[in-house]
Each structure stands twice: as C-alpha cells, then as structure tokens.
Design a protein around this ligand. Structure first.
Ligand code: SF4
Length: 301
C-alpha cells in the first residue's frame, strides 16, 4: 500500500463556531414551530433533517411529515416526496446531494455556513490535480464531499456501502484513490486489504474521541456495548463492539441486548436513539475537549 499523502486541511474559524444559535425558551420555541409549520404548508415544502441536528428540528421534521435520517436517506426521501421544495437541515454537501437527486425541485439549505470539515478539507481543484497525477487509480469518494469533488470521482460511497464497494473493486484488481476521510479510509483498507492512496482529511467531531479515556469508561461500565462511527481514530474503532453508519448505530441500540451503550459519534444522534430505545442508558464516548458535536458548521449535523 502507498504511504498517505499530506495536504493542508482547512478548518473553520472561531467566528463560524461562534454563530451557534442560542437556546430558545418555551414561548419562542412554540411560536417558531407554529410559523415553520405554516410556511412549510403554504410553500409546498418538506423538511428533512439529519440525525445530528438539534432535537427541535428533528421533532419538527417528524411532526410535519418530513424525515429524519442519514444523508443518503435524506436525499432519497426528498426524491420520493411530492413536495416541490425541500428544506435540508444539514450541512452544505447534504443540500447538494439532495439537489443532485432532485434537479427539478427547489432545495433550500437554511444555513449556508453549515459546512463539514471533510468537505472543506478537500477542495475540488487540488483533488482534481491529484486524480490527474494517478490516472491508473479508481477514484472513490465518501458522500461527505462537495458536488464538484463527487463529479471528479468514479464512485461515490456512503459509510454503509463503502466496504462492499471497495472490496468489489479490489477483487477486480483495481487500485484506489480515496478521499477525503483518512480514518474511514484506514478502516476500509484494514478490512479489505485494498491498495488505497489516502487524502488526509478528517471529521473534527470524530477525531476528538480518545481511546484511553474510553477504555477507562468501559472498565466502569463492563456491560456496555461500544458503538463507533468509522470516521473515528483507529484506536477508538479497535474498542468497538459495533462499527457503522449513523443508521447502523441506531439499529444496534434497538437490537442488541445490552442495557448500556457508549456512543462515539455526534451527540445529536441521542435524540433518535432515546426515541427508538427509551429504556436504554446512553453514554457519550469521552473526547479530548467539550464533547462531540459538530461545531465546524455553526448549526452542524
Ligand atoms: S460530524 Fe464530521 S463528517 Fe459529519 S458533518 Fe460534521 S464535520 Fe462533517
């Protein structure tokens, strides 16, 4: 396997992070919710929200006939829904993905500053130059990329299908150029043994999880199952009972017999997990800082 390449990765500045919305009181929340419901109806619009968004948005999506899901399922739902306008509560690339699948519909992204460190860290021009340098490699990109990067790729995968697709390409004797997440790429490489040249992007939420602190927490909670998103560092993935996409982790909470779960992904997912398995105890996996929530993007999913 080739050594990983090194690229400068752009990260959001403090001003972007500072744009986090303040919490609402009950009256403000109720008034905004009523207004949003009225406008969605009047404008023939449907709201789709990522599992990582604020619970208020997830509740609003559910109450108005919209959908709460991972990024691919958000785009699929909006494609199948009859509304002429789709409101995507997610980061920018999720809005772009919805537009790719719904070119005839109006797609609105309420917060254009909601970006993703994986998307920001993989500029289309630099990525295209790299593809030109390695014409013998099949270009596979993760869903968390801009539409321009996706347009340069041979394949686009989600975390749910990444292992199967890359395993299939390896069986066909193809060498891979992978972008942008180096941790997810590393996980896929170890699982499939494929020859993968890696772009060096990372998710600022998942890379913050700490394996040593997770081990200590697991020692205090020996019956817990550890659920980890594959964008996390290898040492954290090594402690996981389940590694999977957001949808797979929600399913694991519902289906595994454990009473307690330690979860290494954005804390926004807890809303849906509590809803699906209200009697289970959910703990956040320890991080290096304040916790795991996607501040790359002001109102980040
Ligand atoms: S959680 Fe990570 S991968 Fe997901 S949108 Fe935020 S920065 Fe991107």
């Amino acid at each position: 396997m080739n050594a990983p390449l090194s690229f400068p990765v752009q990260v959001p500045d403090a001003a972007t992070v500072a744009r986090m919305a303040p919490e609402l009181d009950d009256d403000e929340r109720e008034s905004l919710r009523a207004r949003a419901k009225r406008l969605l109806k009047e404008r023939d619009a449907v709201l789709v929200a990522h599992y990582y968004t604020h619970p208020d948005l997830q509740i609003l999506a559910d109450e108005t006939g919209g959908h709460v899901a991972d990024s691919l399922d958000m785009a699929r739902f909006s494609h199948e829904h009859s509304a002429s306008t789709v409101v995507v509560c997610g980061v920018r690339f999720m809005g772009e993905t919805a537009k790719i699948l719904n070119p005839e519909k109006r797609v609105l992204v309420p917060e254009m500053q909601a970006t993703c460190s994986l998307d920001l860290g993989c500029p289309a021009a630099a990525f295209s130059d790299l593809c030109d340098e390695y014409p013998d490699r099949t270009v596979v990109v993760y869903a968390n990329t801009s539409a321009a990067v996706k347009a340069r790729a041979d394949w686009m995968v989600t975390s749910t299908i990444a292992l199967d697709i890359i395993g299939h390409l390896k069986d066909r004797g193809e060498k891979i150029l992978w972008a942008p997440d180096r941790f997810l790429g590393d996980y896929i490489q170890r699982k499939t043994g494929a020859d993968m040249l890696m772009w060096q992007g990372s998710c600022i939420v998942h890379e913050a999880f700490k394996a040593d602190a997770l081990e200590r927490l697991l020692a205090r909670e020996p019956g817990a199952a550890v659920l980890v998103h594959p964008e996390s560092p290898p040492a954290v993935i090594a402690l996981a009972h389940v590694v999977g996409s957001t949808s797979a982790l929600i399913k694991a909470v519902q289906e595994l017999p454990n009473d307690t779960f330690i979860i290494a992904t954005d804390r926004g997912i807890f809303h849906k997990m509590h809803e699906m398995a209200p009697h289970k105890k959910l703990l956040e996996a320890p991080t290096a800082g304040e916790g795991a929530t996607c501040e790359s993007c002001a109102h980040c999913p």
